[in-house]
Design a protein around this ligand. Structure first.
Ligand SMILES: NC(=O)c1ccc[n+]([C@@H]2O[C@H](COP(=O)([O-])OP(=O)(O)OC[C@H]3O[C@@H](n4cnc5c(N)ncnc54)[C@H](OP(=O)(O)O)[C@@H]3O)[C@@H](O)[C@H]2O)c1
Length: 260
């Protein structure tokens, strides 16, 4: 993976930051794009290796294109892109305003489209590339109350991913999604909060941003050359529990299962 050029869209996000740390550690050349200069500067202070920063608003086509141009002028090519950018209005459909809906679709989905369109132009000429969307189980398999715009954006993202995978296959470009379960920082919780948050998770472990970054690293590597058009759920098994199991799944029951 050394010397591969990777663009991280939304590098200042939790998962984007983990990707930045992992990819620079592997000797890749990384373009870190985010909308906030001081957050990018803070991220840069935590990294060693080859990277550049670019303030980018992923809702704006010109801003995305100028970041792509900067990547090419600095590094000469784009081997992979990870799209992390997202907003999450927490409102019921009754409360959600059209402006919230549009902002969410613009940021989460249209930004992914603009990034894919511009990057794939470069990748088609290179005859190869990898695109990874960070999606959500809300986009495919679970219903989340108060997250209608977010869920719709992520469902759209998975549809975009599958279409792009087919359209770009002749150019040796792989396109996949990763759908994380809820990523928590257990350090900020007391014992009872940890127990409650883990109660619906069969593997009884918190999802760490680095779990997602490691999967992204695999998907952009040659080891994943025959994987395209897929959505990978990383949620400790939470989404495969049936409806009844969600209601009754308690830590003691899991413990008793483990004892059997
Ligand atoms: N964390 C979870 O539990 C979880 C679960 C499932 C899926 N995901 C998905 O994983 C991805 C990363 O999640 P995260 O929790 O690591 O993200 P996060 O910490 O919430 O960060 C979201 C990022 O998007 C950036 N952003 C928002 N609007 C933007 C715009 N117009 N232009 C440029 N950047 C913009 C934010 O920048 P600012 O900081 O400057 O606002 C921030 O860096 C997201 O797509 C999310 O939907 C996360």
């Amino acid at each position: 993976m050394k010397d591969k050029v990777v663009l991280i869209a939304g590098a200042t996000s939790m998962i984007g930051t983990a990707c930045a740390q992992l990819f620079t550690k592997h000797g890749m050349k990384v373009m870190l794009a985010g909308r906030c200069a001081h957050k990018l500067d803070n991220l840069a202070k935590t990294l060693k290796g080859r990277f550049e920063l670019c303030v980018t608003d992923f809702c704006l086509a010109e801003s995305v294109q100028s970041m792509i141009d900067q990547t090419i002028s600095s590094f000469g090519r784009i081997d992979a892109v990870i799209y992390n950018v997202a907003v999450y209005p927490w409102k019921s459909i009754a409360e959600l305003e059209l402006v919230d809906w549009k902002e969410t679709l613009n940021t989460n989905l249209t930004g992914a489209f603009l990034t894919t369109k511009s990057c794939s132009e470069i990748m088609r000429k290179q005859r190869g590339g990898k695109i990874v969307f960070i999606s959500s189980s809300a986009g495919e398999i679970v219903g989340l109350p108060n997250m209608s715009a977010y869920a719709a954006s992520k469902a759209g993202m998975n549809g975009l991913m599958r279409t792009a995978a087919i359209e770009f296959a002749p150019y040796n470009i792989n396109v996949n999604s990763i759908s994380p379960g809820k990523v928590y920082d257990p350090q900020t919780m007391n014992e009872e909060e940890r127990r409650l948050k883990l109660s619906p998770v069969p593997l009884k472990r918190f999802i760490d941003p680095m779990d997602i970054a490691e999967m992204a690293l695999f998907l952009i590597s040659d080891k994943a050359k025959n994987i395209t058009g897929q959505n990978f759920i990383i949620d400790g098994g939470q989404s495969i529990l049936g409806e009844d199991a969600h209601c009754i799944w308690e830590i003691n029951e899991l413990n008793s299962l483990m004892m059997d």
